[in-house]
Design a protein around this ligand. Structure first.
Ligand code: AMP
Length: 215
């Protein structure tokens, strides 16, 4: 089963994708993670996109479609979770074509709906383990006092994303509403869109998401 998790920054796409990877043997394809990796390892493309990402704008369709194409051509999986891709109509068309080429289908597009006010609070409180990607939140899931990640045990590897600040978030939210939210209608028209309430606890969202996958 191939699914897209769709929602604004801070909706919980990455968190839910990680749960699906652990519990269902699916493969997460996060263009945000791929771009951060390219940036951190200092590749030419990584250097090119660093400023755009820091500002919270979208990188070009060509770059992200290229990244996804490469993964789809080289990765075997029971199912893919597209997290943070597609973000534009051109990317959505390209994904449809790529899946077609490889004899695959898109099965569900799950929107994780969250109130706008909650996003700022979530994003500015967010940190992740640099080793395994486990997500922490200053209020709801603080970094353990002993400095060890609860998931992988790595010590003092916690980091905050450079674009998790109020100014970048405003740009990222605007990009979501202007460029990405039209995808909700696009996939509704294709009969693929469904929505879960992303305001509940991680467990509650996970349970609702599971019903959407089975239904
Ligand atoms: P994310 O981790 O999904 O929040 O993505 C972080 C940043 O990477 C975004 O703010 C964009 O600058 C860039 N990015 C990630 N995925 C895409 C995409 N599908 N299209 C364009 N830019 C993207």
């Amino acid at each position: 089963m191939n699914i897209i998790l769709l929602g604004p920054p801070g909706a919980g796409k990455g968190t839910q994708a990680r749960i699906l990877v652990d519990e269902r043997n699916m493969v997460q394809l996060s263009t945000g993670d791929m771009l951060r990796e390219a940036k951190d390892s200092g590749t030419e493309m990584g250097q090119m996109v660093a400023g755009v990402m820091a500002r919270g704008e979208l990188v070009t369709d060509e770059i992200v479609i290229g990244l996804i194409r490469e993964k789809l051509e080289t990765t075997k999986a029971d199912g893919f979770i597209f997290d943070g891709f597609p973000r534009t109509l051109a990317q959505a068309d390209a994904l449809g074509a790529l899946l077609n080429e490889t004899g695959q289908t898109l099965d569900r597009v799950i929107e994780i709906g969250v109130d706008d006010e909650a996003l700022v609070a979530r994003i500015t409180a967010r940190s992740t383990c640099g080793n395994c990607g486990e997500v922490y939140n200053d209020q709801t899931k603080p970094i353990p006092a002993d400095g060890k990640c609860t998931n992988c045990g790595a010590e003092n590897q916690f980091k905050r994303r450079a674009d998790d600040n109020e100014e970048s978030l405003r740009t990222r939210l605007m990009a979501y509403y202007k460029q990405t939210s039209p995808l909700l209608g696009y996939y509704y028209a294709k009969g693929l869109h469904t929505r879960v309430d992303g305001m509940g606890s991680m467990e509650a969202v996970k349970t609702e998401l599971a019903t959407r996958l089975e239904g």
